[in-house]
Every structure is written in C-alpha cells, then in structure tokens.
Design a protein around this ligand. Sequence first.
Ligand code: ADP
Ligand code: MG
Length: 623
Amino acid sequence: MNDSISNHTTQSVTFKAETRQLLNILIHSLYANREVFLRELISNASDALTRIRFEQLTNQQILDPEAELAIWIEADNEKKQLIIRDSGIGMTSEELAENLGTIAHSGARAFLEASMKGNAQLSADIIGQFGVGFYSAFMVAEWIRVRSRSYRPDAKGASWFSSGDDTYTIVEDDKADRGTEITIQLKEDAHEFADEYRLSSIIKKHSNYIPFPIYLGKEKKVANQQTALWRQPPQKIEEKEYHEFYKQFTLDIEPPIAYTHLSVDAPVQLYAVLYIPASAERSLFSLRREDGLELFARKILIQEYCKDLLPEFLRFVQGVVDSEDLPLNVSRETIHSTKIMAQLKRLITSKVIDLLKNISQEKPEDYKKFWKNFRQYIKEGVATSDEYHDSLLPLLRFKTLFNPEELITLDSYVSEMKPDQKKIYYILGEDERSLQKSPHLEVFKHFGYDVLLLTDPLDPFMLLRLQSYKEFPLANAASEELKLPAEEQTPGEEASTLQENAIEQIINRFKTVLGERVTDIRVSDRLIESPARLIDSGGASTSIEMQRLYRMLGREVEIPKKALEINPKHAIIKKLSTLPADHPLGQQIIEQIYENALLVEGLHPDPTGMIARIQNIIEAALD
Ligand code: ADP
Ligand code: MG
C-alpha cells in the first residue's frame, strides 16, 4: 500500500453535513484529553471481535475461522504512524461507506450538539465523557486509512481514506485476512501517540478490561488485563478497580453508590458485577443507552441490554452478568424464556436487595443518598411485586410528625409506639411542612402519637398494597372514623365550648353560606388549634389522595365535595356565633374559613383569588 493520497481512479465522496461539522470541531479545537480516541478505536475493534465470536457459533462459512481473536497496536516512530488492527467481523466497501460516512453514533451526535451550543473550552473538558466514536481519531490524525475485509468469504477487501476535510474515498483493496486495520498519520502536535510507553498507559487507563488481548508493539506484549473483571476472584480486586470498571462501562462521572461482585456455583453458575449508580437519570453522554444488564454466556456477549435479569422496579441497576450455564444455541429472542434465566433473575434480585439492606445498615449516609434518588423504585416494588414485597419493606424510610428531619424505618416506628397503640398512623400530603400544620394532626400531637408523613406521588399507590406491617394495620390520620385509643379513654377536656342552641345556629349559618359546596357541616371535638377542617365523608367518590394526585398530574378537578367540621371551642367560631346574623362580615369569614381549609388540604384551585376578601377582613379588623 502507498501512504499518500493516491488512486486517481476513484471519486471522492462528500461527507454528510453533520459529519463535516463534527470533523471540523474535532480537528480545530484543542482537547486536553484527546487520548480518548484510542479508547474509541479499541472499543470498535472489541465490538467487531464480539460480533465475529457470536457469528462463529452458528455460521460455518467464515473467512479465517482459525484466526486468533485479538487487537494489535503498533507505532512507527519514524513515520509517526499508529496502526490498530483487529481480526473482527470486518467491513465490505458498502459497509465502510455506510459506517464511516455518517454519524450513527448517539454519543457523537450529543457531542456535536453540546459543542455547537457551548464554547470550545467546554467541549475540551467534556470530550472524555462522550463516546464520540471513530471520528475522534481525527483529533490526532493528519489522515486515516481504514483497510478492511469482511468475514463473508465472497466479499472483497476495501480501503477507506480521508484527511478529515470534506471528503473520503473508497477503493478496492488486496487485504488478505479478515478484519480491520486502521493507519493513522499523526499530526505534528500528536507525535506523543507514537510512543509505546504512552500508548501502554492509555490502554491501561481506558481499555484495561477489554475481553480480548491487545498486543502492543513489535514484541506483541499484552497491554491489557483482559480477564474480565467479573471473572476474577472478588477478594483480589480493590474498590478502585470496581470504580474504574464502572467508569469505563458507563462513562458516568460520579462513582456508584454501591457495588457487589457475585461469584456463585450453585444453584446456577454465575459471575456478576452489579452497581447502584449515583443518580437515577442516565446522563446524555452515558455509554448505556437503555435499561438492562449486559449478559454474557461463556464469555460471549448475548445481550447488551438484558431486561430479564431483574424485576422492572430494579431497572436502575447497572452491570454485567456472565453464566457458564446458559445455553449458547438459543437465540437472543428466546433466551428470556429459558429456565436458567428465571433462576438467574431470582438470584440476582435477592443479591441486589441484600446489597441495599447492607448499605442501609452499614453505611447510613450512602443509603440516604440512595433513598433520595431511588425511593420511587423501591415504592414501586412494594406496590407491584408479590414476590419481593416483604423483603422490600425494611428498605422503606419515612419522615414522621415527631421526626420530620430524619428517615426512620417501619420497625423503628413500631418500637416507638405508645403502649396502647394498635395502628400505624399515616397522613398523605404535598410536603412535610404543610402536613405538620394539618388540622388532622392536632389531636395526634396533643396525645403524643407519631404519624408517618407521606408526600411522594407514588405513596397512594404504595398504600393500596401496604395495608399492614407486622400485626399493625396502617390507618389514615385524616379519616373520619379514626379514634385514637387515648380519646376513647379520656373524655374530651372541658374547654369552654358553645351551647347546644348556639352550635345549631352557627351550623345553619355555615350551611346557608356554603350551600352545595360541602356535603355536611358538623362540630368536631378533635380539633385543637384550627377553627375547621375538611373531611372525606363516607361515600365520596374519589379519595382526597386521588384528588391530590390528579391535581399533581395537571388534570382538571372540580373542587371536591367534603364535609366541613368546625371546632366549637375555637375563639373564631365562638366570636363568630356572637356576631349579629345580618352582619356583612359573617359571610366573608365563613367563606374564608372554608377556603383556608381547602388550602390546608392542598385542594384550593386559586389561592390568589382569596386576596380581595382577606383585605376586606383586615380593613374590618383595623376599624
Ligand atoms: P459506534 O461504535 O458507536 O457504532 P463509531 O463511530 O465508533 O460508532 O463506529 C461506527 C461504525 O463503524 C460501527 O458501528 C461499526 O459498524 C463500524 N466500525 C468501526 N470500527 C470497526 C472495526 N474495527 N471493525 C468493524 N466495524 C467497525
Ligand atoms: Mg464506537
């Protein structure tokens, strides 16, 4: 082969516009960590090797079936060239045009968009976070030649060439053996990449766990660890290495919250390294584009995103699973229905739950972080999983009326219950602060019963399945029927209250003003600091929780009809009952008491609408 831009018989093909843009940015910006180009080329070679290994399982018609599956890297310090060769699946001339002429890669596209929005410095710092793909080699290349020969016995070799300007060429090539060979003529300022010592350290840093040997230099020294991390004995691996593997696997910037390494022989053979990521959202630049674990069977990649190894609610877990017991002759489509898969799933799921239990006990700070970012998944599991419902309950954490800043377990709630307490009390609401002021909880504060404060949108769903814990039923503190044990024993205190006939009168005044807006008006002896509260009266079609949920989902809801309970011991109610029936303020005050009660429940459709009335009342108060 000739190294110059030769072959006048072929035509140049123009790159697609966005490829040109990407090349332009890569060539003309200064990148601190352009060494990542090597990671990208090695990763492509490794993909090509993985694919040929899979093809070999079923296909006899392969070029060079005996070839060693490996990657060879050589530097020519005289010519300042770098050559990366693999015995992978190779490409035909059509495939060269298709794969190296357009941006298929989502990481490359994300990078392009980020670069065009941000300044060049920004992209300089973040390029290592993107899987920019093949084109990243143009950061260091004067020109690149890709010679390739497909595994298909009848395909001819082909050679792709470009110097990173607007065009590339493809010509026939006499390459005899299967695979791809990439020659890079290094730029003036990139000669460091012709140094084998430098190359060796880049490979260790970014590509150590590539599962094929990477031979470096003329002596063909193996430069990577190669044995997959998950197949090594756990006691020999340090935390640092698990974190490094995670970084190479996901490109996440943040280290994982926790990890576990499984090496199991019975009931099924299994190696796995599993991670709890730091955040529930995959970053735009993540190498992992879908949920699911990477599944290997006897070192062969069967599925990149296997969703059948964990229940839906644990879909945030990242990692690799490898089993010697999985049959290789099943197709990727039917693998999920094998019996072994069900066994693997059970095993892996219980190990992940154990891992979470473990950090919840040994590393409370880490668990706090986990709970903050992933609690909805655990609640989803409690709500949807029959199999794991019970084992998830100890993972739940709650803020409570008496411990609003801490997170406690159901067990610790139960151990703090009052001697006469037979139920676990909870209240649903939008946030802890307003819940603490809820009129429903006044009596709980008064008698000293703690209440779980449930403020997640998922909580109402979770409660559908979480109706008791140990022998204690859960009870809604806002429910009409609820009576605290202490209330049953001690009759209500003899605080001064309204006379029978005054009560009847005031109830009638409320009825006249509020009319159809409430289903009923009655007095309550359970209120202490509030003049009134709204309560679900039996037969309400949707519960207060569901109405709140609809509001959060942005659905239109009518003001739900509820019963209004008023507190005959409250100063406002007592003074109101002495106000002459025809006093103009009476009606406004009743309206305001009702709307305040709506507000406290998080059900007021238009709080600012109250301002005019409040101003009237203030004026009257000042007179
Ligand atoms: P990605 O690897 O994410 O698909 P790249 O830009 O790195 O994106 O590569 C583009 C495509 O070129 C690959 O998907 C693959 O089809 C092809 N390719 C690149 N390098 C090789 C190689 N060494 N052997 C075979 N095909 C390759
Ligand atoms: Mg790639």
